[in-house]
Design a binder for this molecule. Structure first.
Ligand code: SAH
Ligand code: SF4
Length: 349
């Protein structure tokens, strides 16, 4: 019989009596134990019982691909053999993880390597949260040292919102990971009813909208879901989310040569934001190339010019040079490369 998975149960639903639940929660979420034998303040008999009935790791195999810039791409083989990825991004003042919500992605944007893979399946809440716990473990840090999460890995989180919301609840749960919801960012391709539902879930997370074009004609060329959801409708849902949360919204914009990088398009982006009085900032993402991509990136000078137009319109703009490009860990490159130098077999211990 397959043992049930322990994380990410809410602390009060963990096994054990009274304070034992809190002890187990602390091992699981605060100290990042991956094995019941690590839980040294539990009686040996309880540890044995837990090991018989529960398991912690949700992965069969974990492979790590360290980049020269310090970021590490993790490739997870799930218990059914499917694969997904996450990225560890250490910065001077904080440690961030980029998590996946699905195996592959059903949306299929032309510029995205994950989209080209097609759709595998939704990840469970466990598989989403365990990416963070496993990364902390293999980086040799407690999970609580990871203070920032971006849901920008494989997949469209609003197409798997229930599982994403459960995982996020455990991240912000004071008795679990205790993160600030302001430090969790959900990035979406723009699904109006999903954005509204996210508002109703009341998770308080930051919203990043992958806009990539201010007009429907251009957007439809690169994002298949744009045919179903016009820009105006998406922007209205974002405005509602902003009204509700009052959290600054990020607009992501991947710079594609000759497609969406004209100064007039920058002015239209600014108008969309200003018309709705959304407090926002724009992240321009230089295109990360991948084999077989049908699009090309805008030149550095072109990106700076576009940023200049947005700034002149009063929109705070940053250019986000991606990390981990050498190991295929950057935005839009997540597409399951060959085995790396570091391999772990958590499912076999
Ligand atoms: N599905 C969600 C989240 C995952 S993609 C979304 O689309 O928002 C995370 C970000 O990476 C998105 O803004 C996406 O547009 C961007 N991206 C995808 N492919 C890219 C590429 N090849 N180069 C740069 N950014 C890319
Ligand atoms: Fe899916 Fe986002 Fe990639 Fe589009 S950009 S294919 S929505 S992961």
């Amino acid at each position: 019989m397959r043992r049930s998975i322990l994380a990410p149960k809410p602390p009060d639903e963990l096994p054990g009596e009274g304070y034992r639940k809190r002890q187990i929660a602390a091992w699981l979420y605060r100290k990042g134990a991956r094995d019941f034998d690590e839980m040294t303040d539990l009686p040996r008999a309880l540890r044995r019982e837990l090991a018989q009935n529960w398991r912690i790791a949700e992965f069969e195999l974990i492979q790590a691909f360290p980049s020269a810039d310090g970021s590490v791409k993790y490739l997870f083989t799930l218990l059914d053999g499917k694969q997904t990825e996450a990225v560890y991004l250490p910065y001077k003042d904080r440690k961030t993880v980029c998590l996946s919500s699905q195996v592959g992605c059903p949306v299929g944007c032309t510029f995205c390597a994950t989209g080209a893979l097609g759709f595998g399946r939704n990840l469970s809440p466990w598989e989403i949260l365990d990416q963070l716990l496993a990364i902390a473990h293999y980086q040799g840090i407690p999970p609580t040292e990871i203070r920032n999460v971006v849901l920008m890995g494989m997949g469209e989180p609003l197409l798997n919102l229930e599982a994403v919301a459960t995982a996020v609840r455990r991240m912000v749960d004071k008795n679990a990971l205790g993160m600030s919801p302001r430090r969790v960012t959900l990035s979406t391709v723009g699904i109006p009813k999903g954005i509204r539902r996210l508002g109703e879930e009341d998770l308080g997370v930051k919203l990043a909208l992958s806009l990539h074009a201010p007009d429907d004609a251009t957007r439809r060329k690169i994002i298949p879901t744009a045919k179903a959801y016009p820009v105006e409708e998406i922007m209205d849902a974002v405005a509602e989310y902003f009204e509700k949360t009052k959290r600054r919204v990020t607009f992501e914009y991947v710079m594609l040569k000759g497609v969406n990088d004209a100064p007039e398009q920058a002015r239209r982006v600014a108008r969309l934001i200003k018309d709705r009085r959304i407090v926002a900032h724009v992240n321009l993402i230089p295109f990360n190339p991948w084999e077989g991509a049908p699009v090309e990136g805008t030149s550095r000078a072109g990106i700076r010019r576009f940023a200049g137009v947005l700034e002149a319109e009063g929109i705070p703009t940053t250019i986000r040079w991606s990390r981990g490009v050498d190991v295929g860990a950057a935005c839009g490159q997540l597409a399951l490369k060959e085995a790396g130098p570091l391999t772990f077999h958590p499912g076999r211990v």
